[in-house]
Write a protein that binds this ligand. Structure first.
Ligand SMILES: [Zn+2]
Ligand SMILES: [Zn+2]
Length: 818
């Protein structure tokens, strides 16, 4: 045996030995019982980090253990396209080359993005192999492959057909840096010390942290039970703003906390979730103050174009000077930031696609409360169920290019969806004869330049298209009665109100009701030119519109949320929606593992979609490992520069020792604090253990007695003792592997080999070497099997030196039965 051991070369050659023999491949047609493990697909944005390495070595240990126990094991690998994160990483790369999305255009950008993806993938794939991952590479999946794409389409189409999908303006969390809507679960909260500003609003004073949104206020609100303000409710007051005076009403809403500030709050429906809901309840107009780049809009007057913080700083002195700002207080609160880029997130109203998930969540909640899934630690079942019970509609569109493009085509419309605007039958003829305005009590959100598909209410037949030329809002009492541009001419205000009431049954119409006036240029439908506005859901670009035969079809610009595809990962990786043999045999998965931070984004979704589409839970065991953090308890991150690459440890101590070091942190749900030094200490210790093991094997196999030895017998008291210890150890290792306590399992076998077998039995055996030889070989053989899940390379190397293995891999050995 070589004294100087080159772990790198040896490991690589054993890895290819296994691969060549096809030992990682699942065998769907074997008579063995199946056992399936799904690798959480890492994001293709950079190399694998230490957390991945730990996660994947846990998976690999279980997979190797189950193979030794005689199962047909599927350990399925794959990678995720990681929408926002990949796009941000790639755009940064482009920036270094002086390029951008805008400069390249969608097609060229995508071409280069795929090249970048291939480059990143190479690093991930080679780390996996370094780590000894025994995955079935013939089944490897990338989330943008045709297979998952087909599954994603099936998912989308099912929601569409069942009426669970809708597109519309809604308040969303918007990251101005990533330039897309994101979800609550993609937010982080940062504690910030800011100011609470007390502003005068007419006769009242209210407190706010966001004075810059004042331009979008459309009411003041108090709690209905707050006696201090009873007399004000329902009344309108003139208030001063930096863009001049404005009339504003006081409303009463139970959502207002009477103990916050003065008990009066401003309502900004366009930029606050709570206010948006209050606005809906009170039919308040929505005025956008902040745009998608995080800058103030034209309603902010001279502050237009400024970033939020800039505008706030510029406004404060002026608010003070005008006597509007009367008091400031320090205020500590949590501010939502994007977990990808750490920018402050702006709630704003955007046109997005949503899935109504209430019904989808029900199946998942039932499965979790019925303990159908074994969570480790147990507490996660409650955490997940609480979240699922309060779930909101899922915003699934992202304004990105990297991802599954939304499989929707619109007939005949230059860009995006022309939203429908209905007209009553009696009004339709007026559209053809010069009517150019429509009064609406409902805010339809049109901006100048938008296209609307005009249809006849009731029949839904498209009459034509309107291009919006002006938008204004006024009280019903101020609508002109004699407007020649408006088809009907009323004699009295009551007639107009009666007409509006007739068509707006949900509104209580009076002089003060707010009305939106949309002016438009009307073009009657001309199929050749305009198309019919049909929305077509299709996996491939349709050639013609099934409704009108038109061929001017354009695809939706947005892509789907990454989690839309990863939620289906347990199904799509096995070929769903096809009814494959693999799906039948390996679903639900026996084992899944994850970091706790994606419990809602990923785990909850997988359960939801598994139950919805397969009527089954997606996995039986769910293992939440802890997070590896630095000594100060911080997450490892590129920006902090505190990361430790798995390759650093592998270079120094070899894969087996690195894996052993990582298992010491594999306690379910418990975070580990590590540093280079602490990992080096453990790495070195386990490397020494490897050397010890190699010396043990050398003593037993190379320095064995020349004369033939007898049969295996446990006659001597030392033999009996080591046999008992070995059986005890194998019992504990088995139990702890079954119970997913890998830190205990790896420690048991380590302790046995070093401190019982080597330190005691082997030392004593030197006095009766010939007699003990069969026992020495027996214990070594079994120790190698028990160690194999944790230290695959060295156990294979030594196994091959045993006399009775005939060149067969240790992977094909039989786990000791207890
Ligand atoms: Zn962001
Ligand atoms: Zn059409």
């Amino acid at each position: 045996m070589d004294k100087v051991y080159d772990h790198k070369q040896s490991e690589a050659s054993w890895y290819s030995f296994w691969e060549k023999k096809g030992l990682f491949k699942a065998a769907p047609n074997s008579p063995k019982k199946p056992y399936s493990l799904l690798i959480p697909p890492p994001n293709l944005t950079g190399g694998l980090h230490l957390g991945h390495a730990m996660q994947h070595t846990i998976l690999d240990a279980i997979a190797r253990f189950k193979r030794l126990q005689g199962f047909d094991v599927l350990l399925l690998p794959g990678v995720d396209h990681a929408g926002i994160l990949f796009e941000a990483t790639f755009n940064r790369e482009l920036k270094k080359q002086g390029l951008s999305k805008e400069k390249l255009g969608r097609e060229e950008w995508l071409k280069r993005a795929w090249e970048f993806k291939d480059k990143v993938y190479k690093g991930v794939s080679s780390t996996w192999r370094f780590m000894g991952l025994s995955a079935d590479w013939s089944r490897e999946v990338f989330s943008l492959d045709p297979g998952p794409a087909k599954a994603v389409f099936e998912e989308f189409k099912t929601y569409w057909d069942r009426g669970l999908l809708y597109k519309g303006p809604y308040i969303v969390q918007w990251c101005p840096r990533c330039n897309t809507a994101i979800e609550d679960a993609e937010l982080e909260y940062e504690e910030r010390k800011e100011k609470l500003y007390f502003l005068k609003y007419g006769p009242l004073t209210l407190a706010t942290v966001r004075p810059e949104t004042k331009f979008g206020d459309t009411a003041m609100a108090v709690n209905p039970g707050d006696k201090r303000y009873t007399d004000f409710v329902g009344k309108e007051f003139e208030i001063q703003t930096l863009a001049g005076p404005k009339k504003m009403k006081v409303i009463a809403d139970p959502a207002v906390d009477p103990n916050f500030g003065t008990g009066v709050v401003k309502v900004t429906p366009a930029h606050d979730f709570e206010d948006y809901e209050i606005g809906k309840r009170h039919n308040l107009p929505i005025i956008r103050v902040i745009d998608k780049n995080g800058r103030l809009t034209e309603v902010a007057g001279k502050f237009a174009g400024m970033k939020v913080e800039e505008a706030r700083a510029a406004m404060i002195p002026e608010l003070k000077e005008k006597g509007i700002l009367v008091k400031e207080e320090d205020y500590v609160h949590n501010v939502a930031v994007c977990d990808r880029c750490k920018s402050t997130v702006e709630p704003l109203v955007s046109e997005e696609w949503f899935v109504k998930v209430n019904n989808l969540a029900k199946g998942a909640i039932k499965a979790i409360s019925g303990n159908e899934i074994n969570f480790l630690p147990k507490g996660y079942s409650k955490i997940l169920n609480d979240w699922l019970s309060n779930i909101h509609d899922w915003c699934i569109s992202r304004s990105l290019w990297w991802g599954h493009r939304i499989p929707v085509w619109y007939c005949g419309l230059g860009k995006g969806l022309a939203r429908p605007l209905g007209f009553y039958e009696g009004v339709v003829p007026q559209l053809y004869t010069g009517k150019t305005k429509t009064y609406r009590l409902k805010n339809h959100w049109y901006k100048v330049g938008d296209r609307a598909a005009f249809h006849q209410s009731g029949t839904n037949k498209i009459i034509g298209f309107g291009t919006i030329t002006a938008v204004s809002e006024t009280a019903v009492g101020k609508l002109p009665l004699h407007d020649p541009a408006y088809g009907a001419v009323y004699q009295k205000r009551e007639e107009l109100i009666a007409a509006l009431q007739k068509h707006n049954k949900n509104f209580d119409v009076n002089e003060n009701t707010l009305a939106f006036i949309y002016s438009y240029k009307f073009e009657p439908v001309n199929r050749k030119v305009t198309g019919c506005g049909e929305v077509i859901v299709s996996s491939d670009p349709p050639e013609t519109c099934p409704r009108c035969g038109g061929s001017k079809l354009t695809q939706d610009e947005q892509v789907l949320d990454t989690w839309f595809s990863s939620g289906l990962w347990p199904l799509s990786t096995l070929g769903w929606p096809e009814k494959t043999r693999a799906l039948e045999r390996y679903f639900p998965w026996d084992f899944e593992i994850t970091a706790p931070e994606i419990k809602f984004l990923w785990i909850a979704r997988m359960i939801m979609l598994g139950k919805y589409f397969m009527k089954e839970i997606p996995f039986k065991q769910m293992f939440f490992h802890g997070m590896l953090r630095d000594l100060q308890g911080r997450k490892f991150s590129k920006s902090l520069g505190n990361g430790i690459e798995p390759s650093y440890l592998i270079e120094r101590w070899g894969t087996d020792a690195t894996r052993m070091a990582l298992y010491t942190y594999a306690v379910p749900g418990r975070d580990g604090r590590v540093s280079r030094e602490s990992l080096d200490t453990r790495g070195k210790n386990f490397r020494n253990f490897g050397t010890k093991l190699r010396n043990i094997a050398r003593y037993i196999l190379e320095l064995k007695p020349k004369d033939p030895v007898g049969n295996l017998r446990f006659a001597h008291k030392d033999d009996k003792w080591i046999k008992t210890e070995l059986d005890k150890t194998s019992g504990k290792v088995t139990k702890n592997l079954q119970g997913l306590q890998l830190h205990l399992a790896s420690d048991e076998i380590y302790d046995f080999v070093w401190h019982k077998f080597a330190d005691i039995y082997i030392e004593k055996s030197k006095l009766r070497r010939k007699e003990s030889q069969p026992v020495l070989e027996y214990v070594l053989e079994n120790s190698l099997i028990l160690l194999h899940p944790f230290m695959p390379f060295i156990t294979e190397e030594l196994w091959q030196k045993l006399s009775n293995t005939g060149g067969k891999s240790v992977m094909l050995a039989q786990w000791p039965r207890n």
